[in-house]
Design a protein. Structure first.
Length: 277
């Protein structure tokens, strides 16, 4: 777990490099979601470059597709494509490494970024896998701002109705979206109770702690009569220090050279602390 914690800060540096060289990206949500993706790909999901076409694999959809930089970084770290290629080609003209997930790349199930689609699609995948008697699990990661989309709640309704215990949704609950705090833009009062009312198992957890996330995913596997939703309380810009953390302005801010140096030093410090704590 210490090594994976350190890796999460190392991969944030790759995200920072992607955004700096391309001149665009969504760094705040990238940094909040990193531990969720690292835990899924390194501890939980049965998916690799070797079995990515196997129908029995686990399935993942990055519904909050604007955090694609973290998604690309984790996939590259798992060997789906070279990290240096992602950093060099991200958002370049003609590149497949575009600003939202692109299923022309290995390991990516579907294009996403038009918010509200990930959960409904995963309901369909989970239902199909159950009908085909596959043991695969299906995961999606959504943003909390995304929950204002009506299709998300149709997905919750259908997932609970069909009791899709092979489905696990994760909400990156960082409390901020492009236009400000989620509770001011579209409030989510008692979010856990609301999702439970759709016949879902709900687990609330520190979403920037890999051990806590891993325990939550393990708990979700034990639930056999309904789908699970992990509400992962995160910090937008987590790992970037006081400069970035909990600031809506960093939703898609591109760092200056000075800010790049400050964030890089902070990430290196946190990576070293994680290895020797």
């Amino acid at each position: 777990m210490q090594a994976l914690k350190a890796k999460s800060f190392e991969l944030r540096q790759a995200v920072l490099d992607m955004i700096m060289q391309s001149g665009g990206g969504h760094i705040g949500g990238d940094f909040s979601v990193m531990e969720i993706l690292v835990t899924l790909y390194h501890c939980q999901m049965n998916i690799s470059p070797q079995n990515m076409d196997d129908p029995e694999r686990d399935y993942f959809v990055m519904s909050k597709g604007h955090s694609v930089e973290s998604y690309y970084a984790v996939l590259a770290d798992k060997g789906f494509f070279p990290m240096d290629q992602v950093i060099r080609e991200f958002s370049a003209f003609g590149s497949k490494f575009i600003g939202h997930p692109n299923n022309k790349l290995p390991g990516i199930e579907m294009n996403s970024g038009s918010l509200g689609h990930g959960l409904p699609v995963c309901v369909g995948i989970a239902l199909a896998n159950r009908m085909n008697k596959r043991n695969s699990r299906v995961y999606t990661v959504m943003g909390d701002g995304e929950l204002a989309e009506g299709s998300v709640w149709e997905g919750f309704m259908a997932g609970g109705h069909y009791r899709l215990s092979n489905l696990c949704a994760v909400i990156d609950r960082n409390g901020l979206q492009i236009s400000g705090p989620t509770e001011q833009v579209m409030s989510h009062e008692d979010l856990a109770a609301r999702i439970r009312s759709f016949n879902w198992n709900v687990i609330c957890v520190n979403g920037n702690d890999i051990s806590s996330l891993n325990a939550a995913f393990e708990e979700a596997k034990t639930v056999t009569d309904r789908p699970s939703c992990i509400i992962a309380k995160t910090v937008k810009g987590f790992g970037g220090g006081e400069l970035m953390e909990n600031k809506a302005s960093w939703h898609h801010h591109v760092p200056t050279e000075e800010e790049y140096s400050i964030i890089s030093a902070e990430l290196k410090k946190k990576q070293e602390e994680a290895l020797y704590e």
